[in-house]
Design a protein around this ligand. Structure first.
Ligand code: UD1
Ligand code: CA
Length: 459
């Protein structure tokens, strides 16, 4: 089988983005564009992949990790010059090289595969992935001769009035015979409107050498969007989001309003989960069957168990059990674990806390750095006083304890199994199992004092 290589162009600064962040690192549905490109290419068996980096090289290398080799383009002199930087690694090898731009995040594995297949079947020297659009502004136009063969690509800025009318565009993706590519690149000049070495000029050079040049016209223009500015970035976000949401819906997930639901690529959702509008689900999150998420919730890196309901809430880096009720307006901060059948009601915040099975924090509480056992009831307004300004301290609340409303538990402290804390207590010492602890000022009633008070004479 023919050996296959890839070159990803990721050295451009992306001035049109008007951003400190390098273009190919801008996220689309939470993932840098260049990583989307790499993910799709990775699904194809490739013998070598070289990413061309320049601006922000270290950040791009960090983002992609060791899944490919890198070549540095010190000065961004154009896409043709960029590919030449891979010459040391690739130029003598036999096989097919796909060249892909790091700013076309929507092209799918299937399209890459189809391009490879047509190119190899036809024995072409070059095959351009093209697409047709009534709005080709900004793209290079594919110029064909009267026999409908591809002759060359003309950049928007170099095109004459007639060429500007052409609706077939260069997607910036090509398959080449590897050695023909590197030899033709030697002949590319920078005599054009932008003073750059254009990769698409290789097409005309190869034709001049009587080599076969072909095009693969994809019907999916949507996939080929090149992201040069923030307007295109928002379009890419929309298309990618829709693609991900449709995948989940086909797998049996109910998404009430797909236009207002944002699910990042690695999220796993089982069938019969319902996602309400305004929900963002990020990172490595798993949601088990029959759960209901949203409206207006943000979940990041969480495991959410079967039948759990999360309404108008935020949860990060935590594990939530089965049949748990969360919200409205709860905040689950990192490193928390919530047991089955637990409840976290409105305006409760937990952090680095494990909450046992069947335990309830129904309203207005802050529980941080705490180990809470099973079937504990934490009353409204309870606070674990975990921080002295320097260090954090642990609160332990054992099984079946009952914490009355508006209590301060000053950590480190342990509330024993089955014990009661009276409402309004400030607990500074451990409470033994099965005890009732009352830690509040004693009430004094002054009989008849109210009337006396009201009848005071004015001065
Ligand atoms: C390019 C094509 C155009 C095509 C379009 C598709 C050229 C000359 N033009 O135009 O025909 O329609 O893509 O989206 O190729 N890059 C480098 N080094 C450089 C210059 C660019 O690595 O010196 C990288 C960029 O990071 C980017 C990619 O190459 O990922 C494409 O460059 P860009 O400047 O966006 O080219 P376009 O003007 O979009
Ligand atoms: Ca581009």
């Amino acid at each position: 089988m023919t050996k296959r290589y890839a070159v990803i162009l990721a050295a451009g600064q992306g001035t049109r983005m008007k951003s400190k962040l390098y273009k190919v690192l801008h996220p689309v549905v939470g993932r840098p564009m260049v990583k989307h490109v790499m993910d799709q290419l990775n699904a194809i068996q490739l013998d070598k992949t070289v990413t061309i980096v320049g601006f922000g090289a270290e950040k791009v290398i960090d983002t992609l990790g060791n899944v490919c080799e890198f070549a540095v383009q010190e000065e961004q002199l154009g896409t043709g010059h960029a590919v030449l930087q891979a010459a040391d690694i690739l130029k003598d090898l036999d096989g097919t090289t796909i060249v892909v731009c790091g700013d076309t995040p929507l092209i799918t594995e299937e399209t890459y595969r189809a391009l490879f297949e047509q190119h190899e079947k036809e024995g072409a020297s070059a095959t351009i992935l093209t697409a047709s659009t009534p709005n080709p502004a900004g793209y290079g136009r594919v110029i064909r001769n009267k026999d409908n063969e591809v002759e060359r690509v003309v950049e928007h800025k170099d095109a004459n009035a007639e060429e500007l009318l052409v609706e077939e565009i260069n997607t910036g993706t090509y398959c080449f015979d590897n050695q023909a590519l590197f030899s033709a690149l030697q002949e590319v000049s920078n005599d054009n409107a932008q003073g750059e070495y254009y990769l698409p000029d290789v097409i005309e050079i190869l034709r001049g050498q009587e080599k076969k040049v072909s095009a693969f016209l994809t019907p999916n223009f949507d996939e080929t969007l090149g992201v040069n500015d923030r307007v295109a970035l928002a379009q890419a976000e929309k298309t990618m989001k829709q693609r991900i949401n449709e995948r989940h819906m086909r797998n049996g997930v109910a998404i009430i309003d797909p236009d207002n639901t944002y699910i990042h690529p690695d999220v796993v959702i089982e069938s019969d989960v319902t996602i309400h509008p305004g929900t963002i689900i990020k990172g490595e999150t798993t949601i088990k069957t029959d759960a209901e998420i949203g409206p207006n919730s943000e979940i990041s890196n969480c495991y959410i168990g079967e039948g759990t309901v999360v309404k108008q809430s935020v949860a990060n880096d935590s594990k939530i059990g089965n049949r748990v009720k969360i919200g409205p307006f709860a905040h689950i901060r990192p490193d928390s674990t919530i047991g089955d059948d637990a409840k976290l009601g409105n305006f409760t915040e937990i952090k680095k806390t494990s909450l046992g099975n069947g335990s309830k924090i129904s309203h207005l509480s802050y529980i941080g750095d705490a180990n809470v056992g099973d079937n504990v009831n934490i009353g409204c307004g309870t606070i674990t006083v975990n921080y002295d300004g320097k260090n954090k301290f642990l609160t332990t609340i054992e099984d079946d304890a009952f914490i009355g409303c508006n209590s301060n538990l000053i950590a480190p402290v342990t509330i024993g199994k089955g014990s009661y804390v009276a409402a309004g207590s400030t607990i500074t010492n451990n409470v033994p199992d099965d005890a009732l602890s009352i830690a509040r000022a004693k009430q004094t009633n002054k009989e008849g004092y109210a009337t006396k008070f009201k009848n005071r004479k004015k001065d």
